[in-house]
Design a protein around this ligand. Structure first.
Ligand SMILES: [Zn+2]
Length: 387
């Protein structure tokens, strides 16, 4: 009883309909995928990240043996909050050959194509396995995938290569920056705003710290190296979240902000936090004169290792063949590719859609990109079926 062959675009619409914003559970989409595979006789296992809310799914098509190819992708998406969408972000609509919806490019398009090709993978009788590794909580710092990478490295026949399907417009990417995320918490001293001199304004101190980050970012820009293929070709510094204060007429006691640096190799990971600390030290004496409880604390909340180009990597040569490309590139966003590489499994990034459209309102993927990804999968099926 062969189930009907669904098209990648049907599957894309089904996957996008699950609101898998990272703060939500991803169990429903995993149930759907698990059931889809199950109906095709493909068993899958879950590797939980947070029991009861977040899980990763791993499935093997073909023989249980080493040397397989992992298709890796995340099931979560970034929030649509505050974004101006011209249509429902969780309902795919087609306009001029492109498919609009949250996650179409980043990266449910890749998942949809991989799933649509499962019947073909089954039919061709694979000599080497194709694995699906669908993860959670990627958009919040490649978190969910960590126990998953560990599990794959420790408990499964070792794969030969991992293809991470982040949107690269089907170009082969063999390098990405590393990311370091920090949270800075400013503790000031509360006062009535008419007596501002008796308080320490945590929001305004945070403003000075953020200004310092701007100056550091400018310095780093001066050290650009365009020879490495990154865009932009320098280390970036960015503040993504800020919160503080309770009312207009209260000198705010607290302000916190979350920031990151994305490092151009081989920049020193400690440089930016050290400069921030040194600058904070210049602000503290004046704050402490008002109250000893004042402080500025910065903590590292997450790091994602970079992906280093590997000479004669089997992942790279395979991906170049599958994508019919003849050169590699580098990207500035982090992926789980660096984590797989750290675990000793060669990894490469190649997926449909453009990062230009990711994370933005009216995110879309061109139908032609889905087609190119399907062709990639057809070649993969042939490659893995060859004796
Ligand atoms: Zn992504």
């Amino acid at each position: 009883m062969a189930p009907n062959d669904p098209s990648a675009t049907d599957l894309l619409a089904q996957l996008v309909a699950f609101d898998t914003t990272s703060r939500n559970s991803n169990l429903e989409i995993i149930d759907f995928i698990e059931d889809y595979l199950d109906r095709r006789g493909i068993p899958s296992i879950r590797v939980d990240y947070q029991a009861g809310t977040k899980t990763n799914l791993f499935a093997t098509i073909g023989p249980e043996k080493p040397g397989g190819i992992v298709l890796s992708g995340h099931t979560d998406v970034v929030p649509v909050d505050g974004q101006n969408w011209s249509s429902d972000p969780f309902k795919v609509i087609e306009r001029n050959g492109s498919f609009y919806g949250r996650g179409t490019a980043d990266m449910k398009g890749f998942l949809a194509v991989a799933l649509a090709c499962v019947d073909e993978f089954t039919k061709v009788r694979l000599e080497r396995p194709i694995h699906l590794a669908f993860s959670c909580d990627e958009e919040v710092g490649c978190r969910g995938v960590r126990p998953f990478v560990q599990h794959i490295g420790a408990h499964l026949p070792r794969p030969a290569a991992v293809v991470v399907g982040e949107p690269t417009s089907m170009k082969v990417v063999n390098a990405h920056k590393s990311t370091f995320s920090f949270e800075t918490e400013v503790t000031g001293h509360e006062a009535h705003s008419s007596s501002a001199h008796q308080g320490v304004n945590a929001v305004m101190v945070a403003g000075e710290l953020i200004h310092e980050l701007n100056l550091i970012a400018e310095d780093l820009k001066q050290r650009a190296n365009s020879g490495l293929g990154y865009e932009p070709p320098y280390t970036t510094v960015h503040v993504g979240l800020i919160s503080g204060g309770t009312a207009k007429n209260i000198v705010p006691r607290r302000c916190g902000f979350v920031w990151e640096t994305r490092l151009l190799p081989p920049e020193d990971a400690d440089e930016v936090p050290q400069r921030m600390r040194a600058f904070a030290d210049t602000l503290l004496p004046a704050m402490k004169r008002i109250s000893q409880d004042c402080g500025i604390a910065t903590r590292l909340i997450n790091t994602v290792p970079g992906l280093q180009p590997e000479a004669s990597s089997p992942a790279e040569s395979l991906a170049l063949f599958l994508a019919q490309e003849n050169g590699t590139g580098a990207v500035s966003y982090a992926t789980e590719a660096g984590l797989f590489q750290q675990a000793g499994i060669p990894a490469i990034i190649c997926g449909p859609g453009s990062i230009e459209q990711a994370h933005k309102p009216d995110e879309f993927i061109a139908g032609s990109e889905l087609k190119r990804c399907e062709e990639f999968m057809h070649r993969l099926a042939k490659f893995c079926a060859a004796k």
